[in-house]
Design a protein around this ligand. Sequence first.
Ligand code: PRX
Length: 632
Amino acid sequence: MAEDFDVNLDTPKYYTPSAKCTENAWAGDYSQRYQEFLADPTGFWEDIARELEWYQDWDEALEWNYPYAKWFLNGKLNVTTNCLDRHVFNQRRNKVALMWRGETDDEERIYTYKQLYHAVCRFANGLKSLGVQKGDRVCIYMPVVPEQLIAMLACARIGAVHTVVFGGFGVSALNQRIRAVGAKIVVAADVTVRRGKAIPLKTIVEDAVVNAPSVERIVVLRREETKPVELHPEMEIDFEDLMENQPRECPAEPMDAEDPLFILFTSGTTGEPKGIVHACGGYMVGTYYTTKHVFDVKDNDVYWCTADPGWITGHSYGVYGPLLTGATCLITETTPDYPDAGIWWNLIEEYGVTIFYTAPTAIRMFMRVGEEWPKKYNLSSLRVLGSVGEPLNPEAFEWFYHVIGGAKCPIADTWWQTETGMHMITTMIGEPMRPGFAGKPVPGIVADVVDSDGNSVPPGTGGLLVVKGPWPSMMRTIWENDERYRKYWETIPGCYTAADLAVKDENGYIMVIGRSDDLIVVAGHNIGTAEVESALVSHKAVAEAAVIGKPDPLKGNTIKAFVILIQGHQPTEKLRNELVYHVRMTLGPIAIPSELEFVESLPKTRSGKIMRRVLKAKEMGMDPGDISTLED
Ligand code: PRX
């Protein structure tokens, strides 16, 4: 448990960002806002919800039937009228909504709010022409291009439920997700571009729709102009053709606040990824509020979240949150070190980015290559920095703060999850920041660090991070696995347990230490040990496999696999490479083990469960702790 972690709470060091960056912040005074929330928790959220447009007001703000919450009961809305129409029919019609930048500077596309609105409406009409109706599932498998966001918003426009699958996932991961949600349509691109090379996606889709009988049509964005991919007309249709001749207006479907907006898969501890279901009303209110208050979005900001919409960060803070606030958003298909490690700093200078949200892995990578890269560019436009996905260690905080933020910008280290939908813990703008600590619960959230009985632990003692009571953007269920949903609320009765370990300081600041379950956070992405193990075991040479996370200075963790071979197979270098390749093809490059060791046996409990904890301790040269349940 958490007590095993050595956390240095001595010599607390706090930073206060420059007043110039924080004055007139939406967040206001943290303590006062938090008190306002405690005095009237639902009224607090209703006030935020009233800043947005609803077709019909809600009857009641919350129905809490533990562990099921309904927010804004009978309220009717469409999230896209709030992301688009609200701006188009008010003052932001000609404001830039989206700026897309490819790998080279001649690849740029810009949409005003009005242009984005019409593109979304036309694609929404296109989807309707394919028979897509409210409640149907649409799978989106694309790189970061404007069409990826257009497809998401078009689904939301007509009430279809999108499932975005990260373009780095392989065939079986995509197939599993398409089948799990019974997707009627798959929207894909021919290629994704990485380090100057076009990497085919369409061939992956072709393989992934085999044994997926729900799929009726595949819409393909054809980016390769010189040699366009061939489409099979019985099933496939060109993205542009589908939009062409469609009316530029599409009435938005009035959605009930509790209707699902999307399903997004996140790794589970059992090998089956979990389809997290988010609801239209609460998700909209939660992402709008946190984008506005945590990042302090104002009308002249240029906002850049580096996450791919294939992940929750891209959903909440790359698409919905910033568009709800009417921000000008930069999206890019760039890799942080291509063509060189200056590309992102170049983009910040070129586009005058003011709000920059990224991940600790990227920050550590930049630290390693040296500050001469950011020093080549003028980063003085930056006003607010954000971090997400894994702990922002103090060294990375310091570097981000001084080298990138010029010792003036607040850094919001935001702790949250796919399941929570929105930021839960961070340091609100204007509050002193403590390196290594995410901060305190955002106003609207009650969170704590508790022992296994649910009692609050004193400062300096590790425990489980929990959220008390419901919040609007919490997941509503897990797609076709409601039992798994209830488990989140069963570990500590009355609380949502995030499966993260944490510790508080004497001022209530929370440091998130790591996972308490079998998930490995690699470069900010959750990978289930069981997922990788079952990919390995699906290879004909493998009898058994166990996977652990190994601390890594750059990625937070890397994956190490232990493999027992089926008799007759030799533990050769060739086989090792073949197994890694097999994982790459099955799950995608993000899940490949960086180390793979052939072993004769694995430590197991008497009931046959692999004790990964023992493997990990051995690997790290640490005491394995209690091994009384070990079989041998
Ligand atoms: O372990 C925590 C870590 O990422 C997990 C959630 O992963 P996912 O659902 O993929 O969402 C990632 C983006 C929100 C958490 O359980 N995590 C996320 N943010 C932080 C973090 N760990 C420490 N500090 C953070 N700021």
